[in-house]
Design a protein around this ligand. Structure first.
Ligand code: HEC
Ligand code: HEC
Length: 222
């Protein structure tokens, strides 16, 4: 995944393509450490039994199609969401009480645990024409409506951007994705505030039909 970005990645004015891969990997590791530091997956696992009742013991098999997969989601995104869910910035009635009394360290550990689990890929269900339209929206946005391409932040394969904390989408249950895109569009989900409201901006231009097609496409993306 990182290799896609290396062409334009030139900190300190260096042309990194001229450097050896080992040096580059070491530099990226050093730069990544502060952003990803924190959680201990094994401590998180010890707290995750209650979560499994709804999110699946593998973190990827929700009890209901509207319950999200957490497995393979990046740690930074998960930590941010867990803090907002605990503190009331993201209201999830079904999760009421689940995070009471948990410290920031507990949440980071839970995030590290779910980030360490392998994600699951689902199958898209739509016909070829609908999927082709969805792929074109995902990859190119909708210029006429000012909808930005999902690819630019969520990666062509739906893998997100772990360093920036942009969520992994690939394989996510489509009913969950439909609910989230609709909630951003209606202004009911405002957790993107720290990102300048970018997802509300993106979702504003989407019809119900486009949201359904995108969510189905994303469910089969890996
Ligand atoms: C009773 C069911 C239930 C339990 C138990 C539960 N959750 Fe959830 N969780 C949900 C539902 C439903 C949603 C999605 C709500 C929505 O549509 O926004 C959710 C959303 C989330 C999200 C947001 C995911 C995303 O992609 O933004 C995270 C993170 C999360 N849960 C973590 C946990 C953790 C960690 C635990 C255990 C401490 C837990 N949940 C326990 C039902 C549950
Ligand atoms: C400019 C960057 C950007 C673009 C473009 C973008 N997103 Fe996002 N997206 C984000 C960020 C950042 C978040 C997390 C915001 C938050 O914390 O609520 C997010 C969150 C989401 C979520 C919620 C994930 C979850 O687990 O709850 C979905 C679904 C989503 N985006 C789908 C899309 C789709 C579909 C497109 C294209 C039509 C798109 N995004 C375009 C940055 C972007």
């Amino acid at each position: 995944m990182a290799s896609r970005h290396l062409g334009t990645f030139r900190p300190f004015g260096l042309n990194l393509t001229a450097l050896g891969a080992g040096v580059l990997t070491a530099m990226l590791a050093v730069m990544a450490t502060p952003a990803l530091a924190g959680g201990d997956a094994s401590l998180g696992e010890a707290q995750a039994a209650a979560c499994g009742a709804c999110h699946g013991q593998d973190g990827a098999t929700g009890l209901d199609p509207t319950y999200p997969s957490l497995a393979g989601q990046n740690e930074k995104y998960l930590t941010n969401q867990l803090k907002m869910i605990r503190d009331g910035g993201r209201v999830i009635p079904l999760m009421a009480g689940q995070l009471n009394g948990k410290s920031d360290a507990d949440l980071a550990n839970l995030a590290a645990y779910y980030a360490s689990l392998p994600g699951k890929v689902r199958q898209a269900q739509g016909d070829d024409e609908t999927l082709a339209k969805a792929a074109s929206m995902y990859r190119g946005g909708i210029a006429a409506k000012g909808v930005a391409a999902c690819t630019s932040c969520h990666n062509p394969s739906g893998g997100g951007n772990a360093l920036a904390g942009f969520p992994h989408l690939g394989g996510q249950a489509s009913a969950y994705t439909v609910a989230q895109l609709t909630a951003y569009r209606e202004g009911d989900r405002t957790t993107d505030e720290t990102f300048g409201g970018m997802m509300r901006g993106v979702a504003q231009g989407l019809t119900d039909k486009e949201i359904a097609a995108l969510a189905d496409y994303i469910q089969g993306l890996y």
